[in-house]
Design a protein around this ligand. Structure first.
Ligand code: TPP
Length: 708
């Protein structure tokens, strides 16, 4: 299209292929973004909304990014500053203002998240959170998913789930590049040459911390240039045309599968960090004035004017039109109903698939000789992977051998405890692979894969090393469904060897801590004590629609007392259903994990004192079988709760408090708890024995409770 205005060539060729209408639309989108920030600031001042964070100063590069990408085709993991990107992709001012007022019909989060935490399934904008770096690993996982869909031909309808030239966009601030997850993600995308486009929006400050304090040398693009295959560009992100050129180059590089790309855009932040911050406290006036001169919106207006593309009147009319649109959206948002208080717990878990329901109660079809928990879990994984080609298994050392040419020559590793042995050989390296030694990235990538409907079943090698992944588990995995108003979910399974009694495991190979994860709404916590239970509960974990932490006690892996026949390809045990391992009338022991066997032995010994002891194995911690506990407390009236974890803040405290609160009149003795000392698990076996609860401790508690 060619147009001439005031004697100038305003055709598309002059301005990187954008004609006058397109350029006016660029300006309109930037202005819409800025004026929405202004409107929200006004509404916050009137207490009509409750939080505001702006995208001001970032608009030019964000509109350029959106124009270079395809909504609903590419994948987006935007930062909270990305208002202009989301508008250009197709979100509306109403979509944004509904979030600001916390409306029931807020499409981003149903009133669960602060505004500017974007999400839209139709546009492939995946729900973002507030932690400043977690999203980069989700982007890696989303890019992994595209590769897996491309390569694993058995996945049904995979053609609808990916595009061979799709791009995964992720953005962050220069401050967020200091997070370890950022470096983990760069290592991964460059290692696997994944189609990820990073945009670092560098406004010079992370709240009040300037970039030179944040980043060695003050220039993030300089630091990342040595990553192999990474296309790196550094631009003035307030200049729309530099931005458009850079974003198009980067997108073309990634689409052509030449590798990942990284654009470092220097922008400004004229409205302080958020409405809770005042940059005058730390930014001198001269610096603020210099920034103001770079403001992308007046600069783009000036460009339009200078090139005869718009007159002052045109620009005034455009501004009036933008304000009119915002006023209309504001009126609708303010009138929109808020979520009813009765829905506060909705979407913590899947509202449609209940793993505690009878749908997950399927009969066993035992076969073969009794075998260990290791064999049961390994076989369950094999059978489930055969049933569902969307299942991918990764973690540290889980593959048989990463080197292709080594595989035919060696027996294969298959995990430090051999739980995943043979899976790679059976299902190939696209579905079973080793991950770098970086736990946050194991969980973060799995989340990115799961939002694209793969089913990751990942391994954290030892419970003691789950902590680098804690941010991903507590702030991402557990909250994805809730915070997105049930529009996104990430039902992954994290298998974790846990626990002590190893005689020599020491403080870093013996930890417990299930209560910490029971404290994360949104995650199911499973803790089997027998081979058959492990098979049935793992299958439920894989087939249900919630994230599951599947705790496997290392000491129970290869015992003889908990062996069982493999219960068949379809055997499932619903969550929240305990197992009465031994009945009795005098004392009830509520327990799980390694304390089940110790409690059974203690119960047997208590018989000599004519104390009849029931042992109830909870099997799952979230949900836990309160109905069974309550029924047996009403019958037996004396309770001991025994677990391996430290007594202090162990999960037994929760159960004891509930029994005291709801069943007090049924108790003939105080509820006693047995657990570890409040100390790390020491290496020397004598110390370990003193620290972890032993059969004798359970027996003592049983006797005292019986005698009370
Ligand atoms: C993990 C984490 N730590 C701290 C915060 C609090 N916080 C919110 S934004 C922010 C600064 C982020 O700076 P930057 O990444 O440069 O982005 P900008 O806000 O400047 O666009 C901080 C420290 C957070 N949200 N998440």
């Amino acid at each position: 299209m060619k147009a001439v205005l005031n004697g100038r060539d305003t055709g598309a060729a002059a301005f990187q292929g954008l004609d006058r209408d397109a350029l006016i639309a660029v300006h309109r989108c930037m202005l819409l973004s800025r004026r929405l920030d202004d409107k929200e600031i006004q509404l916050k001042g009137q207490s009509q909304i409750f939080f505001q964070i702006s995208g001001a100063g970032h608009e030019a590069v964000l509109v350029a990014a959106a124009l270079s990408l395809k909504p609903g085709y590419d994948w987006f993991f935007p930062y909270y500053r990305d208002r202009a990107l989301c508008l250009q992709l197709g979100m509306t001012p109403l979509d944004m203002l509904l979030a600001a007022v916390g409306a029931k019909d807020d499409p981003n989060s149903g009133g669960r998240q602060m505004p500017s935490h974007w999400g839209s399934p139709s546009l492939n904008i995946v729900s973002g959170s507030s932690p400043t770096g977690t999203q980069v690993l989700h982007a890696v996982g989303a890019a992994d998913a595209g590769v897996i869909y491309k390569r694993v031909a058995q996945i049904p309808e995979r053609a609808q789930r990916f595009h061979p030239d799709e791009v995964v966009y992720v953005s962050l601030g220069e401050g967020a590049t200091s997070e370890g997850e950022f470096w983990e993600s760069l290592n991964l995308v460059c290692g696997r040459q994944l189609p990820v486009l990073f945009l670092v929006e560098d406004n010079g400050y992370a709240i009040s911390v300037p970039v030179e304090v944040q980043t060695a040398g003050g220039d993030i693009s300089r630091l990342v240039r040595s990553f192999p295959g990474l296309h790196v560009d550094s631009i003035d992100g307030t200049d729309f045309f530099s931005s458009l050129r850079a974003m198009r180059d980067a997108v073309a590089y990634v689409r052509a599968r030449k590798g990942p790309a990284f654009v470092h855009a220097r922008v400004i932040r004229p409205y302080s960090h958020s409405l809770s911050d005042d940059e005058k406290l730390y930014k001198p006036p001269a610096e603020r004035e210099a920034e103001a001169r770079r403001d992308p919106i007046p600069r783009f207006a000036e460009f339009l004017r200078k090139n005869g593309l718009a007159t002052d009147q045109d620009l005034a009319a455009l501004r009036a039109d933008v304000d009119r649109e915002i006023e209309q959206a504001t009126a609708k948002a303010l009138a929109a109903p808020k979520p009813p208080k009765s829905t506060a717990e909705l979407w913590v878990y899947s509202p449609t698939v209940d793993p505690a329901s009878s749908a997950f109660d399927t009969p066993a079809a035992p076969e073969g000789k009794p075998d260990t928990m290791v064999a049961a879990i390994n076989r369950t994984l094999k059978d489930e992977m055969a049933r569902d080609p969307r299942i991918v298994v990764f973690g540290e050392d889980v593959a048989d051998a990463s080197k292709q040419d080594a595989l035919p020559l060696v027996p294969g590793k298959g995990g430090v405890f051999k739980l995943t042995h043979g899976l790679q050989r059976l299902y190939g390296d696209d579905r079973v692979f080793n991950a770098p030694l970086a736990e946050a990235s194991i969980v973060g990538r799995a989340i990115g894969m799961a939002v694209r409907k793969l089913k990751p079943v990942v391994e954290i090698q030892f419970f003691d090393y789950i902590w680098p992944a804690m941010m991903q588990i507590r702030d991402e995995l557990s909250m994805m469904r809730y915070r997105s108003g049930n529009t996104w979910s990430c039902p992954i399974v994290i298998r974790v060897p846990i626990g002590g009694y190893l005689r020599g495991g020491g403080p870093y190979h013996s930890q417990s801590g299930e209560s910490i994860f029971a404290h994360c709404p949104g995650i199911r916590v499973v803790y089997p004590s027998t081979a058959v239970d492990a098979a049935g509960l793992l299958r439920t974990a894989i087939r249900c629609d919630d994230p599951v932490l599947f705790l496997e006690h290392k000491h129970l892996y290869r015992q003889t007392y908990n062996k069982g026949e493999y219960p068949g390809k379809d055997f499932m045990i619903p969550f929240g259903r305990s197992s009465m391992r031994r009945d009795g009338d005098d004392v009830l022991v509520v327990t799980w994990g390694a304390l089940v066997q110790r409690s059974l032995v203690a119960a047997h010994q208590a018989e000599k004192d004519h104390i009849s002891v029931a042992v109830l194995d909870l099997r799952t911690i979230v949900p836990y079988d309160w109905n069974a506990i309550a029924a047996h407390v009403r019958r037996v009236n004396r309770v001991v709760i025994a677990h391996e974890d430290q007594l202090m803040c162990g999960f037994g405290a929760e159960i004891a408090a509930r029994i005291a609160g709801e069943l007090f009149e049924h108790l003939d003795a105080p509820v006693r708890r047995v657990g570890a000392l409040n100390a790390p698990v020491a290496y020397c076996p004598d110390l370990e024995e003193a620290i972890l609860p032993q059969t004798s401790d359970v027996l003592k508690a049983i006797r005292e409770t019986a005698r009370y």
